[in-house]
Design a protein around this ligand. Structure first.
Ligand SMILES: Nc1ncnc2c1ncn2[C@@H]1O[C@H](COP(=O)(O)OP(=O)(O)OP(=O)(O)O)[C@@H](O)[C@H]1O
Ligand SMILES: [Mg+2]
Length: 188
């Protein structure tokens, strides 16, 4: 099954994706992780996106769509993909729909993790201490939230119109959220 884990920065998409990988054997396709890997490897792509990411802005649709496309065979072989942090714009969502249509494996569900803004900021600050990500600063996080509201939130009506959007409460423990997601995925 192909699903999108959707939500603002800090909503817990990465954490929950990794659990689904462990429990269901699906592949996590996280564009943020792919871009950070490119930076760590010192590739041309990594150099090109570094400043954009560090200030909290979105990299170009073209770049992230290409990264996703490269991994779709692997996801199909695993029996499913969890799209994490992608799509983030309507253009990305349309491109993804096009790619998956060609493969006859559409997105089945879009799980939207709902977390209030004060909690998002608190989680970011905790992660800043643990991981030291350059974009986990008050200023970059403000930009990330703004980009989410200005560009990514448009995907809510996009997926609602397709009848795929399911809201899940993203507050509480990781186990509690995982149980809520499992319930949604196991429902027909
Ligand atoms: N689909 C995308 N489109 C454009 N830029 C992206 C995309 N995915 C990742 N990026 C870039 O990588 C950065 C980090 O993305 P990532 O998904 O790791 O973080 P996040 O979703 O903001 O936070 P979190 O890890 O808490 O969910 C983004 O701020 C952006 O610069
Ligand atoms: Mg993430």
């Amino acid at each position: 099954m192909n699903i999108v884990l959707f939500g603002p920065p800090g909503a817990g998409k990465g954490t929950q994706s990794k659990r689904l990988v462990a429990e269901r054997g699906w592949v996590q396709l996280a564009t943020g992780d792919m871009l950070r890997a490119a930076r760590a490897a010192g590739t041309e792509l990594g150099k090109r996106v570094a400043d954009i990411m560090d200030r909290g802005d979105l990299v170009s649709d073209e770049i992230v769509i290409a990264l996703i496309e490269e991994r779709l065979d692997e996801a199909a072989a695993a029996g499913g993909a969890i799209f994490d942090g992608f799509p983030r714009t309507v253009a990305q969502a349309e491109a993804l729909d096009g790619l998956l249509e060609g493969r006859r494996a559409p997105i089945e569900k879009v799980v939207r993790l709902i977390v209030d803004q004060d909690e998002l900021v608190a989680r970011m600050q905790k992660r800043a201490e643990e991981e030291g990500r350059a974009d986990d600063t008050v200023e970059a996080f403000r930009v990330r939230l703004k980009n989410y509201n200005d560009q990514t939130a448009a995907l809510i009506p996009y997926y609602q119109a397709q009848g795929k959007l399911v809201d899940v409460d993203g507050a509480g423990s990781m186990d509690a959220v995982a149980a809520r997601i499992a319930e949604v995925l196991d429902q027909e």
